[in-house]
Ligand binder design. Structure first.
Ligand SMILES: [Zn+2]
Length: 265
């Protein structure tokens, strides 16, 4: 286990930046660790939301489908819960902004996140797949359209899809619910093209997210990890940048920028 004081050296940051600018197609994979620094508590572990409130049922999707009206009533009743508080006030941190900058530089082609907190979008990331959904959105489980929650009228529950009258639910993916096929297809497509993955703030042990990184590795691609601690994916990573993602990712992106400027001059 890495000690808390461990920090990536400049040498390893520069080595990672070199690998990134030499790669043909760079994608990213992020998880809860990147949002902890924005005050979003993790689900599991000490202080975790599920530790405090109990794990959601493993068949949450089936419960929703069995009684969507009740699921919507529960959702409306729980909107002022402490559970939602951190999501309302959270803002992107330097880690989110660094990845958005890497995209703006034309280096990061696509980002897969397991987070539902909307912070990558707020940071300006546009080539983005939120594989577990986005807490601010409502999704039609029939036509797949997404809507902002505030745009959905709640006179009848469950509210009908404005496009197809289909069944609407929160965009966040419940246990037992398949990853929405449009999002999954995008991830498969970009992972198939990738030759380097930046794995940030996640142990990448939750499937299908882990599979995208491991698949790139198996094809001979490079995995660069940015994480506070060693994790289950560390042994297969080519480089590990130890430290808070809010510190390590800005250093990495600055190094990528410097190397690119040096190449162009
Ligand atoms: Zn619809």
């Amino acid at each position: 286990m890495a000690s808390k004081a461990e920090r990536a050296s400049d040498a390893v940051i520069i080595a990672a930046a070199r690998a990134i600018i030499s790669a043909d197609y760079v994608i990213g994979l992020t998880g809860a660790g990147i949002s902890v620094e924005s005050g979003i508590p993790p689900f599991r572990g000490p202080g975790g939301l599920w530790t405090k409130y109990g794990e959601p049922p493993m068949n949450g999707y089936q419960i929703f489908l069995a009684d969507p009206k009740k699921a919507w009533e529960d959702r409306i009743r729980r909107q002022n819960d402490e559970l939602w508080g951190p999501l309302r006030v959270a803002e992107p941190n330097p880690g989110h902004r660094a990845l958005a900058e890497l995209e703006a530089m034309g280096v990061l082609r696509f980002l897969i996140t397991q987070n539902v907190d909307d912070l990558h979008r707020q940071a300006g990331q546009s080539a983005l797949a939120e594989i577990h959904g986005n807490w601010k959105l409502i999704r039609c489980i029939e036509c797949g359209a997404r809507f902002r929650a505030e745009d959905i009228r709640l006179e009848t529950l469950p509210p009908p899809c404005p496009k197809c009258e289909g069944l609407l639910k929160s965009d966040t993916v419940a246990f037992g619910e398949p990853i929405p096929p449009d999002v999954l297809a995008q991830c498969v497509d970009h992972a198939a093209r990738a030759d380097l993955v930046i794995v940030a703030g996640t142990s990448a042990t939750v499937y299908p997210a882990a599979g995208f990184a491991l698949e790139v590795k198996q094809r001979g691609g490079i995995l660069i990890e940015a994480n506070l601690y060693e994790s289950e994916i560390t042994p297969v990573c080519d480089m590990s940048l130890r430290g808070p993602t809010g510190e390590v990712l800005p250093r990495l992106v600055a190094a990528v920028g410097e190397l690119r400027r040096a190449r162009l001059s």
